[in-house]
Design a protein around this ligand. Structure first.
Ligand SMILES: COC(=O)C(/C=C/C1=C(C)CCCC1(C)C)=C/O[C@H]1C=C(C)C(=O)O1
Ligand SMILES: O=C(O)CCC(=O)C(=O)O
Ligand SMILES: [Fe+2]
Length: 377
């Protein structure tokens, strides 16, 4: 399938730029950003058969696992390798999220792309609007996943760009300012891609598969970046930084900018858990593709971002996914009498199209692939 470029005559109404809005320090938040009471960030989730749980800062006694990637390098002892591989497998199975340290992505490069991204978002609006994310499209500067006039908006502006394959890029949407932004992004993306290639190898080994099991299935992997900017909000309890969702990728690599407030939260056992910023670490999460391939052994975990009253927040998110051409479904290794097949086979290009043409809504996108039987879950 060809890369996803969707242009449809949809009416999304007027979308305020939240960075500009935040500069006015509004006493009243425009209604389009004010969430219904059940969707506000102080309410965790309405899990079936459970009362809604209020999220408070005291829910941070759970710690997301930290993987030391240097322990997985070939130069280490076999014992250390196996120990870290087990940590990785446990993190994938129990959390679907982990932080990696000593990941091999150059720290100066991380700092440069972070600095340049901040500079980009601080440019005058007219400059950023030279790269518009038009309604129904997914690349450029603006707000993604908005499909109707009455849809609530996230308190976030983003710059989203396809990185690989090259033909999926729209060079007109790559910012010319700040100077060297494009080449720095290119270099950063090359290093993050290497990390993803290594991660999928170790994840495969940890599952008892051949190290190339995922990579060979993915073909020429698709890579995209979304740089999210969440300006401070005078009423953060009323808005959502980024709506709850799972990622449509195989893996996602998230860099939380230095000095940014905590904003990312993951849904674990019905509770929204904040993810603390760990200097120089990258946050990794399992996306929908790996959930499907492992027949649900590893899950793509729902997450969201909340706004902060006093500080802006920046995150850089790389999506690593199979080629659009690839057909996917649960691998036979994960299907047996005790683990009935939960997902049908589908084309990843079709899944990408489905994902980017629907609003972010928890794990709903994955319904596209679910086999809907009463006893499958
Ligand atoms: C705003 O965009 C996203 O959040 C997003 C989109 C990524 C993409 C591009 C910016 C251009 C190339 C296509 C692609 C869909 C990868 C999220 O990415 C997730 C969703 C899917 C599906 C995926 O593979 O990654
Ligand atoms: O900003 C964050 O921490 C979360 C971003 C995210 O989940 C995404 O872009 O998919
Ligand atoms: Fe995400």
């Amino acid at each position: 399938m060809a890369p996803v470029h969707i242009i449809s005559p949809i009416n999304v109404g007027h979308i305020d730029d939240v960075i500009e809005l935040s500069k006015t320090k509004p006493d009243t938040i425009p209604q389009r950003f004010v969430r219904d009471i059940t969707e506000r960030p102080t309410i965790a989730t309405l899990t079936p058969n459970k009362a809604p749980i209020i999220t408070t800062p005291t829910h941070n006694n759970h710690h997301m696992p930290i993987i030391d990637f240097s322990n997985l390098s070939k130069h280490n002892t076999h014992e250390l390798f196996l120990h870290e591989l087990l940590n990785l497998a446990t993190a994938c199975q129990n959390w679907g999220f982990f932080q990696v340290v000593n990941h091999g992505v150059d720290l100066n490069l991380m700092e440069s792309i972070e600095k340049m991204s901040n500079e980009f978002f601080m440019l005058p609006l007219e400059e950023k609007q030279k790269y518009p994310m038009l309604p129904g499209t997914i690349q450029g500067y603006g707000q993604a996943f908005v499909f109707s006039e009455d849809q609530k908006l996230d308190w976030c502006n983003m710059l989203a760009l396809a990185i690989e394959p090259q033909h999926a890029r729209n060079p007109n949407l790559w910012p010319k300012k700040p100077e060297k932004f494009s080449e720095t992004l290119e270099e950063y993306s090359r290093e993050v891609r290497k990390l993803c290639e290594n991660l999928v190898k170790y994840i495969a080994i940890g599952l008892g598969l051949k190290e190339e099991a995922f990579d060979s299935m993915f073909g020429e992997a698709v890579q995209a970046i979304r740089i999210n900017y969440y300006p401070a909000c005078s009423r953060p309890e009323l808005v959502m930084g980024l709506s709850p969702h799972s990622d449509g990728s195989a893996l996602t690599v998230l860099q939380q900018a230095k000095g940014s407030p905590v904003g990312l939260q993951i849904l674990k056992d019905g509770i929204w858990i904040p993810v603390h910023t760990l200097p120089n670490a990258l946050v990794i999460n399992i996306g929908d593709t790996i959930e499907v391939l492992t027949n649900g052994k590893y899950k793509s975990v729902e997450h969201r971002a909340v706004a902060n009253e006093n500080k802006d927040r920046l995150s850089l998110v790389t999506f690593y996914a199979p080629s659009y051409e690839v057909e996917l479904g649960p691998m036979p290794e994960f299907v047996d009498a005790n683990h009935p097949c939960k997902f049908r086979r589908y084309n990843h290009g079709e899944y990408s199209k489905h994902y980017v043409t629907h609003r972010l809504q928890g794990k709903k996108a994955l319904d596209f692939a679910k086999i809907q039987t009463s006893n499958a879950f």
